[in-house]
Write a protein that binds this ligand. Structure first.
Ligand code: SPV
Ligand code: MG
Length: 671
């Protein structure tokens, strides 16, 4: 891309400052001048060809620019009539040096790197505009209608915003504007040579597509007089101590993060918030790389001054503590599940005068690929198997929902709701024997054999990444259970739950309405120990499920079994109940916790569904399994639909109950 810097003006309002040198050579802090700063920024942004129009003191400017050795190809275009013309004529003279997309700026413009970045990143033509600065009296205003700039000039006030002469122009828009400039200049009408080039633009703006590049919160200012110079110089000094905050979950670190860090660091002293494992897990998935490692990596990136943990998706706590001048983020969170987080950031920043700076989000293919690979890694058995244990170590409060097919697996994987500045999702999936059997039209009596059950597990595993808790029924004969455990371990299942029943197992929710036999404690302990001994890794957890409350054997029996099973090696205890009240499960949990604060406790609140997770967690439960709600809600919906078709001899009536077919065909995208 070629840059065009307009530096032919006399700069008479600068007084003595422009007596010996053109305005663009006015000194700024740190030994720079306006133009040396611009040239440094342009070359750093990868612009290697720069056209500079000259006028007053052209020789001084030329010698100076050459002495800077910028490394870019510099072309000077002299405007001999600089005293009687405006820069419209300089642009006319420079036209033949320009091809393709260009960057256009005035030679007296001082801006931060971030502003240049925002303008350059625009996919259409763009002009630097601040949507929040008050309208300047004498400087440019841009009229903005539906995000498009329709006119630029000093006279506009309606739908106008403060604008600065820094443009990115696509090839087409450059040609349109410059043709009009040529028409004005060829007319030889002296008035047309003395007007702003923007007057020509306004005549053809309907044929251009110029959007605003919003530099809100950033420095971008022309220097017209000594006061401007003093103000901008002071702002440049302030920039050096400006504090900037950016936050990443950054499970995989890629070039997109590095480029965001560079942009953020160019705005000031950068603190990077790294989301803790718990925070990442809550809204995404268990991170592949633990917090400490991610924090170490980020603290070694150039430009990062400090790394701090951010323990929630919400920025509030860190912002209130750090009070940064600027928060940086990609503009991709303006919509979607992060929008409320963004809204909160803006309101917290407002409370202490901080500003949000958003850079265009560029999801480049290699970044997508890195993230896809990462998701694939999450699904690999060796990794997935251990996630539940890690989750229990970090959070102690886990929810799981039933899945019995690829489709329900996807619901369990992707269902999310936004709540209090954070995102809620299920942590794990429960492969219920009831739902797996029901979906095959079979009773829940261990009739669906292990081969078929494993097919369900594999189907779900293929399309998900979350940890799987497998309902192992009774575990079968101990001699068989040791093989089941190995199969589950190899497949990447995180936990198998076996219930202490023997003989023909029936679903627990029948309770004592049907004949069911509880296993002998010792025999069940042997099964647990045999299973543990069969394991090759420590990833798969074996959970012992106690049916004492289901079978009317009482609390003492449940508690003594819990003790025996943990002594036999059980990694967790599930207490089941079919009472409509949660009381017996809550009491069990409290009594169990009197002597065991470590072993995870699991429960399935189906019959006592009004209980909240918080009540269960507070009593000492760690894993809450919603064991059958997807199946129970889907079945009546399907039944209603079938009956509606039968009744109306047509599918028209049930259409409103169905997802549009246009959506179902896109529900599962191809990779
Ligand atoms: C299942 O979901 O298959 C269970 C839980 O084992 S329950 O149906 O309540 O027995
Ligand atoms: Mg079951």
């Amino acid at each position: 891309m070629t840059a065009l810097i307009l530096a032919s003006g006399v700069g008479s309002r600068m007084g003595a400052l422009t007596a010996q040198r053109p305005k663009c050579m006015t000194p700024l802090p740190d030994g720079e001048t306006i133009i040396s700063r611009q040239l440094r920024q342009l070359t750093a942004a990868g612009i290697s060809r720069i056209v500079i129009t000259t006028g007053a003191l052209a020789g001084v400017l030329k010698d100076y620019v050459v002495s800077l050795n910028t490394g870019a190809e510099i072309v000077f275009v002299h405007n001999p009539d600089y005293e009687s013309t405006n820069y419209i004529y300089s642009m006319y003279l420079a036209a033949e040096e320009l091809t393709g997309d260009i960057l256009l700026m005035h030679g007296d413009l001082v801006f931060e790197d971030a502003v240049l970045d925002i303008v350059l990143k625009s996919e259409t033509s763009a002009m630097a505009v601040s949507t929040t600065l008050p309208l300047p009296e004498k400087d440019f205003k841009a009229v903005i209608i539906d995000g498009m700039i329709t006119a630029v000039g000093i006279q506009f006030t309606e739908n106008a915003a403060a604008a600065q002469p820094l443009y990115r122009l696509t090839d087409a828009d450059r040609k349109t504007w410059f043709s009009q400039i040529e028409a004005c200049c060829r007319s030889k009408d002296p008035e047309k040579l003395r007007c702003y080039a923007e007057n020509a633009l306004n005549e053809v703006s309907g044929s251009c597509c110029i959007r605003l590049a919003d530099f809100t919160g950033l420095l971008c200012s022309e220097i017209d007089n000594a006061e401007d110079l003093a103000r901008v110089s002071a702002e440049l000094e302030v920039l050096k101590s400006r504090s900037v905050y950016i936050c990443f979950s950054a499970d995989v670190i890629h070039s997109g993060h590095i480029s965001m860090i560079q942009k953020a660091a160019s705005l000031g002293r950068l603190t990077v918030g790294i989301m803790t494992d718990e925070a990442v897990t809550a809204y995404k998935h268990f991170p592949l790389v633990p917090y400490e490692e991610r924090a170490r990596l980020f603290s070694n990136i150039t430009g990062v001054e400090k790394v701090v943990p951010q323990s929630t998706l919400s920025y509030r706590d860190n912002l209130e503590e750090l009070k940064p001048d600027i928060v940086v983020h990609g503009d991709d969170w303006r919509a979607g599940f992060q929008k409320p987080v963004r809204d909160e950031v803006i309101s917290v920043l407002d409370s202490f005068g901080g500003r949000l700076v958003e850079f265009p989000y560029s999801a480049e293919p290699h970044i997508f690929a890195a993230e896809r690979n990462m998701r694939a890694a999450l699904a690999l058995p060796d990794y997935r198997r251990g996630i539940l244990r890690k989750l229990l170590d970090t959070r102690h409060r886990i929810t799981a929902i039933e899945a019995h097919s690829g489709l329900t697996g996807l619901i369990a994987e992707n269902a999310r709701v936004y709540e209090n500045g954070s995102v809620r999702q299920f942590d794990a999936m429960w492969i219920s024997s009831l739902c797996d059997s029901t979906s095959r039209g079979k009773p829940d009596i261990e009739l669906v054999d292990m081969t078929a059950r494993m097919r369900t597990v594999n189907e779900i595993m293929e399309v998900t990444t979350k940890p799987i808790i497998f309902d192992g029924d009774t575990g079968g004969l101990t001699e068989h259970f040791v093989y089941t455990v190995r199969t589950l371990e190899r497949t990447g299942v995180s936990m198998v739950i076996i219930e202490d029943k023997t003989g023909l197992k029936k679903n627990s929710l029948f309770g004592t309405e049907v004949e069911q036999t509880q296993a002998d404690t010792e025999a069940f302990c042997q099964k647990i120990t045999a299973g543990k001994n069969a394991l090759k890794t420590d990833g798969l957890m074996i959970c012992a499920r106690i049916e004492s409350l289901i079978l009317g054997k009482g609390m003492d029996d449940a508690l003594s079994r819990a003790k025996a099973y943990t002594a036999a090696g059980a990694d967790a205890i599930m207490i089941h109940s079919r009472s409509s009240s949660p009381d017996e499960v809550l009491s069990f949990a409290r009594l169990f916790r009197e002597t065991d604060s470590f072993t995870p406790l699991v429960c399935v609140p189906t019959s006592y569904s009004s209980v909240t997770e918080e009540e269960l967690y507070d009593a000492g439960i760690n894993i809450v399994i919603y064991a059958n709600q997807l199946t129970r809600s889907a079945f009546p919906a399907m039944q209603r639909t079938a009956e509606s078709i039968l009744r109306s001899h047509s599918a028209g009536e049930c259409e409103s109950m169905c997802m549009p077919f246009r959506e179902i065909i896109r529900l599962i995208p191809e990779e």
